[in-house]
Design a protein around this ligand. Structure first.
Ligand code: PGA
Length: 256
């Protein structure tokens, strides 16, 4: 049986003090009893990456970066590279989130370059894909999402592909204006993602308005191996609640 991956990106939130308090609470709980069958991860803003990685060192919680450039170094003002985020403690790099694609002009090509850069430096690429509302409305979700994954993994060998985690996050489900997907909205996409990539990648996650009320039913969608959570996991109790739901889910049924 696969592990269940439960993670949160803090996006552009949390001061050093807030990051520290969250990470310390999470580390305390991890050392107390952990989360059987669940792999937790936290993706802080780059300003608190080092701090959070230090606090969570040895806790079993993976720490990631929200973005990294495809080049290793150079004159790219405002950017951080994969070697820099690795140096700051990241073991995972989030790539291609819809907010990056929408507001910062990320394309399938830059996403592909970033996936390769993450792999080159031993990081797990957390590849985010998802269709906009109008594509969903015309029934084009599956083709759109498969094409994004295919483009991001073009040229990778089987061993590299096996280290990639794919997070399917419909654009219309993300953020405060999003609406949580119902299982029937996304089950077809997961069916096809599993058929095409399920045995080639490390895990398939769902993200977009996940909260404690819908986490269990989302984990029951066939081929969902975990959840990528925003707002509902920005407080420690909120994240712990979803982790506990995943532990109970894992104890009662195996994901395919
Ligand atoms: P949300 O964010 O849970 O706040 O909708 C999810 C995401 O952007 O990954």
């Amino acid at each position: 049986m696969r592990q269940t991956w439960i993670g949160t990106s803090w996006k552009m939130t949390k001061t050093l003090a807030e990051s520290s308090s969250f990470a310390r609470g999470l580390a305390a709980r991890a050392h107390q009893d952990g989360w059987a069958g669940v792999q937790p991860f936290v993706i802080p803003p780059s300003t608190s990456l080092r701090l959070v990685a230090d606090v969570l060192d040895g806790s079993g919680v993976l720490v990631g970066a929200q973005n990294a450039h495809w080049e290793d170094e150079g004159a790219w003002t405002g950017e951080v590279s994969v070697p820099l985020v690795v140096d700051a403690g990241a073991r995972l790099v989030e790539i291609g989130h819809s907010e990056r694609r929408t507001h910062f002009g990320e394309t399938d090509e830059t996403v592909r370059l970033k996936v390769s850069a993450a792999l080159r430096h031993g990081c797990i690429p957390l590849l985010c894909v998802g269709e906009p509302e109008e594509v969903f409305a015309r029934g084009g979700s599956t083709a759109f999402v498969l094409a994004q994954v295919e483009a991001a993994m073009r040229g990778l060998g089987p061993d590299e592909q096996r280290r990639v985690i794919v997070a399917y996050e419909p654009v219309w489900a993300i953020g405060e204006h999003g609406r949580a997907a119902r299982p029937e909205d996304v089950s077809g996409v997961f069916e096809q993602l599993a058929a095409e990539f399920g045995s080639r990648v490390r895990a398939l996650l769902y993200g977009g308005s996940v909260d404690a009320g819908n986490a269990a039913r989302t984990l029951e969608v066939p081929h969902v191996h975990g959840l990528f959570v925003g707002r509902a996991a920005w407080t420690l109790p909120g994240f712990l609640k979803i982790l506990d739901i995943a532990v109970s889910h894992g104890a009662t049924c195996g994901s395919t």
